[in-house]
Design a protein around this ligand. Structure first.
Ligand SMILES: [Zn+2]
Length: 160
C-alpha cells in the first residue's frame, strides 16, 4: 500500500492516532508502511509540542471571557463617544437655535432688555418710595376686596 505520493490509509492513520485508537489492523499497517510510520512520528512530535505548550496556552473559557471583556470595553467606549457626540450636538443645536431665535426676535429682546433695565434703574434709584407706596396700595386694595367678598359671602349665607 506504499506509493511515491504517500499512502491511501494515511488519513485514517492520522485520525486514529489523534483519538488514540491506533490499534489492530491499522497498527500492523503502520509497522510495514514507511509513509504511515513517518506520519505517526510527525504526529507524535506535534502532540509532544502541544503537550509542552499546553500549560502556557490559557483555557478556552478564559480566552473567550477576555475577548468578551475587550468587546464590552470597546462597546462602552464607543457608547461613551457616541454619548459625548450627542451631547455636543445637542449643545450646538441649542446654541444655534438660541442664536436663530435671538436674530428673529432681536427687536423684542431690545424692548424687553430696555424695560428690564428701566425697571431695575427705577428700583435702584433713591426714588423707590413711590413704587413701595404703590405696592402697599395694591396690597391694601386686594385686602379690602378680600374682606368685602368674605363679608358678602357671609351675609348671603345668612340670608339663604
Ligand atoms: Zn500507510
Amino acid at each position: 500500500m506504499t506509493s511515491e505520493f504517500g499512502c491511501d490509509r494515511e488519513e485514517e492513520v492520522v485520525r486514529a492516532f489523534a483519538v488514540g485508537e491506533l490499534s489492530g489492523q491499522l497498527a500492523e499497517h503502520c509497522e510495514s508502511c514507511d509513509n504511515c510510520r513517518e506520519v505517526i512520528h510527525v504526529s507524535r512530535v506535534l502532540k509532544k509540542i502541544a503537550g509542552e505548550t499546553k500549560s502556557q496556552v490559557p483555557a478556552a473559557g478564559f480566552v473567550w471571557w477576555q475577548s468578551r471583556l475587550r468587546h464590552k470595553q470597546s462597546t462602552e467606549q464607543r457608547l461613551a463617544r457616541v454619548m459625548s457626540l450627542a451631547r455636543a450636538a445637542t449643545v450646538t443645536v441649542s446654541a444655534l437655535g438660541l442664536v436663530a431665535w435671538a436674530i428673529v426676535h432681536r427687536s423684542d429682546i431690545g424692548v424687553g432688555l430696555r424695560e428690564v433695565g428701566s425697571s431695575v434703574a427705577q428700583w435702584s434709584s433713591p426714588n423707590t418710595a413711590s413704587s413701595v407706596l404703590a405696592l402697599a396700595y395694591i396690597t391694601m386694595l386686594l385686602l379690602v376686596i378680600n374682606i368685602v367678598l368674605t363679608v358678602r359671602a357671609h351675609v348671603s349665607n345668612r340670608r339663604g
